[in-house]
Ligand binder design. Sequence first.
Ligand code: TPP
Ligand code: MG
Length: 429
Amino acid sequence: MADDIKSNLPPLKLHVPEPKFRPGDEVDYSDIEIQKAGEQARPDISTKPIDMRDMVYDLIRVLDDDHKAVGPWDPKLDDETLLKMLLTMVQVRTFDDRLHRQQRQGKTSFYMKSTGEEATSVAATMALHPDDMCFPSYRQQGILFARGYPMVDMVNQIFSNREDKLKGRQLPIMYSSKRLNFFTVSGNLTTQYPQAVGWAMASAIKGDSRIAAVWCGEGSTAEGDFHSAMTFAAVYNAPVIMNIVNNQWAISSFSGFAGAERTTFAARATGYGIAGLRVDGNDPLAVYAATQWAAERARTNQGPTLIEHFTYRADAHSTSDDPTAYRSAQEQEEWPLGDPIMRLKRHLIHRGVWSVEQQEALDLECLDAVKEAVKEAAKNGILGHGLHQPFETMFQDVFEEMPWHLKEQAAQADKEREIKWPDAEASKQ
Ligand SMILES: Cc1ncc(C[n+]2csc(CCOP(=O)(O)OP(=O)(O)O)c2C)c(N)n1
Ligand SMILES: [Mg+2]
């Protein structure tokens, strides 16, 4: 205590969050409240945020322990749609596993999986219109799969090769597709939030009918951008769905550092006067239903919705991360909300439209398709095989007319390159 403070008050203290389990610890999730599937009320889409506040502490669940779809949130999807949802999630998982291996083999510098979180992007996208604008974080490759982006184009981007549509200027996996209304992934966390709200506001100003959907992780809600976006969305009633994928980890920081010890992430909505829903993120039907609810609300000018998807990051943060150093390996095994692919598979088997054999065949089919895409893309070059884009192109495509100072820098860079790496001339294309 500082000498000049003469007081009998207790010294002030800070609380520093600490995760419940560290490597080697036994994991016990019995304190997590898991609501019974089918028991959550489904308010009308016109309900005022203040009249549906309880939803932010609840957990919307549709698939029950017997693999049946139950309750008012059951979106009652047909077999074909459900099978497409399963196929898409399997494609994402297979792609993730295979591309992770490509990084380990040195064909790319970086990869990020979405293992265990596939429903939060695949099922959500399926509940949107194809022309609604999506603003993803780096873990929503499921959107591209749901919208039919060619896998080989994804791998070209990951390999930063000569067919990479982004010309090697983005970190691997930071895709962009104007055609599929998929906003460019940014490495700077949460920038997509104000961008999505701004886009949604512009859509309304233009009198368009398209809405926006944006995703960020729970850790990213601690960014200022998240909060400015919430303010704008609330004030102007922007037609936007704001998703928080609460996978409970932000690299090695657990969700407590973003406020999870205090309240739910969905409860952020309440303070802004925005409708908030909290969803079992490993229940694809619940994710679909919540998104459908929010989309209808946005599309009919009844306001934005914040959706927390409660899930678990079942694998490493990225290829640069080793979670065994900071969390218990048992967490993933014990996670009480299961796995989204397994849950949908069991539901489809229960419905009598799917079987274990069909699933095995699908897994193999998906693996073959990914292998083929990787093979095709590798023909266009991989990491370490020289420059895949002409060197000078890195100065292009920013200004319509390149300003003098960039021309000067480009010429200087080229000159220095020739001096430092005379052999590089040979790899110039
Ligand atoms: C503005 C900013 N700060 C920090 C980082 C470094 N960083 C990259 S990912 C990450 C964790 C984000 O966690 P979360 O939002 O929960 O998303 P998740 O990775 O779990 O999907 C951090 C801190 C960054 N990329 N940008
Ligand atoms: Mg996270």
